[in-house]
Design a protein around this ligand. Structure first.
Ligand SMILES: [Zn+2]
Length: 341
């Protein structure tokens, strides 16, 4: 591969619906804790989502990923008032843009046992129909032990892992004890900021440095874990070169000996999660695309992207969809969504 090219990058944790969150009205009360951020922002937003909003959010999120050289998204979705069919809406939107997606519905008991049941059923329906996905769980602290066990069992039955937020904030500190016996190596453990070093939960830890800084939850210091580590954005776009750079400076802020090679190895771990992305090709505005160069090159753009052997981006412009139309339609849906908040 030439020095200005890489395989397609992988975002190991995204929330595509959050593409419509930007510019949302300020919450009635400014959150002062991580739980407050969930209650005042994300849980108001996801409750108001319908399938039409979701369709254009996913198209916009997939388009922005493609434009950043990210060809595979591991998505975690919740829309409690539009559950049935939501994963297919996301998958179809990504297929139209040309980006690969591994999605799941984030099961939770926040909306009562019926909400949890419908969330499990949507994961089951999508996976049984052949969808590329996992079984999603919001987080241990919003689920009963019965729901956690049911999600683990459903994932085993479909031969996939569970995709779950773990110990992002102090409110989820009990996650270790509750997940230890259920987890498996194919699970995705998102954040792990408040996990003990030797926590015993199995799976790949996904580090989301920008999101963690944004929510003031602390530094996960992923080098302390025995688990494999990958990189995600937690819904703030899918620019994985930028996320690598943040992973590097966050590591450096903690320890001056932290190497760009370590942050780059986390980015590369995404190819173990979505191996198909290795065969995608991205040509970049910078050469060489190597960790020690990229750590100190703030602006790097994707020029051409081939996915599955066919063009998806040329000279920075999407070839399979009309990018202007997606941005315009997504803006209309964002306005509809914000009016409900
Ligand atoms: Zn997340």
């Amino acid at each position: 591969m030439s020095p200005d090219s890489t395989p397609g990058l992988v975002c190991a944790h995204h929330h595509l619906y959050s593409a419509l969150a930007r510019g949302m009205p300020a919450p009635p009360e400014a959150p002062t804790t991580f739980l407050g951020v969930l209650e005042q922002i994300w849980w108001r937003l996801d409750t108001a989502l319908d399938l039409q909003m979701l369709e254009w959010a996913a198209k916009l999120g997939a388009l922005e990923a493609l434009e950043a050289g990210c060809t595979a998204i591991v998505d975690h979705h919740e829309s409690p008032n539009a559950i049935e069919g939501s994963l297919s809406v996301i998958a179809d939107a990504c297929t139209e843009v040309g980006v690969r997606v591994v999605t799941c519905y984030g099961v939770t008991d926040r909306h009562g046992p019926d909400g949890a049941r419908r969330g499990l059923a949507e994961n089951d329906r999508y996976l049984a129909a052949g969808g590329r996905g996992m079984v999603g769980v919001h987080a241990a602290f919003t689920c009963s032990d019965e729901t956690l066990a049911a999600a683990a069992e459903l994932a085993r039955r479909h031969g996939v892992g569970v995709h779950i937020h773990v110990a992002e904030g102090p409110d989820d500190a009990a996650a270790t004890r509750r997940l230890e016996g259920l987890s498996a190596d194919d699970w995705l453990l998102i954040h792990g900021v408040h996990l003990p070093d030797d926590h015993g939960v199995r799976g790949t830890i996904v580090h989301n440095p920008r999101s963690n800084m944004n929510n003031a939850v602390g530094y996960a210091r992923p080098v302390r874990f025995a688990n494999p580590v990958a990189l995600g954005t937690d819904g703030i776009g899918a620019d994985m070169v930028a996320e690598f750079q943040l992973a590097f400076v966050a590591g450096r802020a903690d320890d001056v000996t932290f190497s760009p090679d370590t942050a780059w190895s986390w980015l590369e771990r995404g190819w173990d999660l979505v191996p198909e992305a290795r065969s995608d090709r991205v040509r970049w505005s910078y050469s060489p695309m190597e960790p020690w160069h990229l750590a100190y090159t703030p602006t790097v753009r994707a020029i051409d992207v081939d996915i599955d052997g066919a063009a998806a981006l040329r000279d920075g412009v999407a070839t399979r969809v009309d990018a202007d139309e997606i941005r315009a339609r997504a803006a209309e849906q964002a306005a509809r969504l914000h009016a409900l908040l």
